[in-house]
Ligand binder design. Sequence first.
Ligand code: WT7
Length: 647
Amino acid sequence: MSYPYQITSLAQYHEVYKQSIENPEKFWGDIAMHFRWKKHFDQVLDWNFTEPKIEWFKGGKMNITENCLDRWAETQPHTPAIVWESNDPEEHHRSISYKELLFKVNQFANVLKNNGAKKGDRICIYMPMVPELAIAVLACARIGAIHSVIFGGFSAQSIADRINDAECNIVVTADGGYRGNKEIPLKSVMDEALIQCRSVQKVIVLTRTRTPVSMLKGKEVWWEDEIKKVETAGNPFCEAEAMDAEDELFILYTSGSTGKPKGVVHSCAGYMVYTNYTFVNVFQYQPGDIHFCTADIGWITGHSYIVYGPLSAGATTLMFEGIPTWPDAGRFWDIVDKYKVNILYTAPTAIRSLMSFGLDYVKHKDLSSLKVLGSVGEPINEEAWNWFHEHIGKGNCPIVDTWWQTETGGIMISNLAGITPHKATYATLPLPGVCPLLVDEHGYPIPGGDASLAEMPKQTVSGNLCISHPWPSIIRTTYGDHERCRQTYFSTYQNMYFTGDGCLRDVEGNYRITGRVDDVLNVSGHRIGTAELENAINRHTGVVESAIVGYPHDIKGQGIYAYVIFSGVMDDKNLITQDINQTVARLIGAIAKPDKIQFVTGLPKTRSGKIMRRILRKIAEGDTENLGDISTLLDPGVVENIIRERL
Ligand code: WT7
């Protein structure tokens, strides 16, 4: 196995980048030839950003699972595809070869069919991080059903909203899941969600914790029983559905600046080509390497760099069920040691958290197998970068700082491990085929803000980060509401995809992402929409109004600061704070609970009634001296009150 399109030198990167920009269709068309097609495509790209309409590899027919499974099961059947480490370090690990994984995916694909699943159906997956989660995802793709994976930390209400938005007819879940010393009752949470979901006809339940669960006859079936039926029936093979290149592969919900999460839609062929290409090039994967991405498959990072990217490359992907701090803060390093991990891809928030436990947990762990380290999800601060580099990489491992988004499907800006230089706190250079462009607030390109060689900047410039040309795994639509997709990403600036991020570009052309410029927070690498959170808090009895802002947080990157006007009886502030937190956990999930809730009598508003978030942000940050002009406020007095009672 080798990857003819793997870039192996800095000079080659520059050459390939140039070609990819001059002739993107030839570039991606050539790469796409290295995949298995049922019918070859007629046209590489058809697009406009006004509708938007983006079609890659038009006319082609394929199935992503043939590329992730069949072709490797034929050429390297015994190579481990998934290696799984349980939450419990004592529980026996599992290693599933390509041949076995193909078999299991076929089996479960038949289970789905036996339970009424058809091409185009939306199937909700709400499972712990066990191999069966990856198997369920791939089984959907095998039969052409669209998977919608929901992270195990979301509440019943969030699940119901997502199931209803996509009108899922089947749910795949488990009785429960283990996370550290906790047991999460997944099926019970799902039961509560399903009270609101009329579209769901079948629920398939995997046994993981064997916690007591209710199972309704006819509608709810055990995973294991269904597998037995397939076994008894004999031939478990399931022909991979011939998918159009642009057929939908999955929906993944993510928060934005409005109140309702949106279903980001990715399609089959472009997503496959791009996640594979970026996996092979960014991490410089070599045959036999063990790749450990610590994300959950419930997020895009897990979709792209635990499942599809690695498997489409015939790689060995390590899946970990637990959390970094259990049984102690050395868990990641134990795993690296145990499996001789070569590539470790994690998040700045995890690094900062593990840093805070001190070096005792790193000492005496053999980390010498590591070749490449990766970071994703939020800007990585210099201190965390240095710690990661020195104490985990022992100064020998390049760190890839990978900038991308749920909507981009794969890594967009990153160094290539050991090939292009890393630079602390910089995502560095765009991947081939990616055209970043910095614009001012009116959408005018900032000189020196793009990668055109004619315009090398003389100094660092800053602007809003846009991408001016489609790449294969760009978002295709927001499920059920194409206009929302257009408005959110393609209308702020004409003929450009707008990322929502602010960005710097230095004189060498390296990009440094500075954070969101919209009303979206990044808390421990998770996206929290302020409007969505305010809506949830406002539904709590007694709450009149609320405003959410972010503030710098040592571990989480950003913490959540809530200003709340409360009209109910304030008998015990502490209890009411907890009550509000319960409401947030109920409506969204525990990940969205505010770190601080300050009760206020009024919010700083302009005469037209707009909340001045800039002021609230400054106060939350502790910068109460430089609030700027507050004379335009309806009632400047509220500011003093807020400052006085700042938490
Ligand atoms: C937002 C996307 C894509 C993986 C996980 C998050 C921020 C992501 C970086 C990075 C600075 C980063 C951006 C982006 N972000 N990676 N390397 N450096 N910021 O996916 O939930 O879709 O969030 O995460 O602000 O817009 P997501």
